[in-house]
Ligand binder design. Sequence first.
Ligand SMILES: Nc1ncnc2c1ncn2[C@@H]1O[C@H](COP(=O)(O)OP(=O)(O)O)[C@@H](O)[C@H]1O
Ligand SMILES: [Mg+2]
Length: 299
Amino acid sequence: MSTPTSTPAPQPIATLGGASSGPVLSAHGITKRFGGLVALNNVSLEVPPRSIVGLVGPNGAGKSTLFAVLSGLLRPDAGSVRLGDDDVTTQSPQSRARRGLARTFQQPELFLSLNVREHLVLGHRMRFERRRLWKDMFDAGALLRSDAFEDEHVDGLLEQLGLTRLASRSVAGLPLGTSRLVEVGRALATAPSVLLLDEPLSGLDVHESEQLAGVLAGVVRESEQPVSLLMVEHDVATVLALSDQIYVLDFGEVIASGTPDEIRRSDAVRAAYLGGDDTVPEADLQIEIDAEIDAEERS
Ligand SMILES: Nc1ncnc2c1ncn2[C@@H]1O[C@H](COP(=O)(O)OP(=O)(O)O)[C@@H](O)[C@H]1O
Ligand SMILES: [Mg+2]
């Protein structure tokens, strides 16, 4: 007779997240009020499997509020959030994380005492060996052993993110672009079905932005474990170039959604971004056209 062990054996990554072909993450009729202010009004959104979904909109449109509702930091006044087939509207951020939702923050939150690889090990253990993670940290103050499953997962991700060369580097003093990659790596090491990215390109120079955008596109296209990205990003040109689907929020409402081409052609989007009157200032229009040309050249 076998006795149950306290630490469950790690599941093969491919079986996590369910086999359902519906959206990996969806929001239905989300309304969120702050006092008298309606920050989100009946917002619905779907993130299909293995896709990049962009969320854009002017300042104050409700993007951060929607992220907080999706990740469980805020409870909506109405509406529901689903992860795969599960209604998670009332679940904590931790419970959503265990069900395959990961997120990054605008300011990367890294541990200065850990090297690049250890950040990914941390992500991996948060998902697969949580007990051992805490035991190691308490007993030894360090991440101790690893096994073949962990090594293969972590080293594969390092390779995919172009971080192999930096694996043993401390994260202290890394350029912002590399820190973002490490944060993305730690989030991906939790084997999420969907990763929420809060302005992943902010503060990066052109080269760093292109590198990160390329890595993100590669992760979604090539990962063995299907993963989708939902990305809030100010850089509209990059969102247009990178996303399969885009949602545009303005004053708490979805004013447009669709493919990049549909969004480019949307009058509502032009109005929201360019001030809402018919007399579009030449200079603004030129900036937008330049951005589109840039995006086209990059793709
Ligand atoms: N905790 C809060 N308390 C009160 N008002 C808030 C709070 N968070 C956001 N808001 C308001 O909700 C609206 C949407 O904000 P936010 O989601 O941060 O927009 P975005 O991220 O698109 O810039 C804004 O008018 C903002 O001032
Ligand atoms: Mg915001």
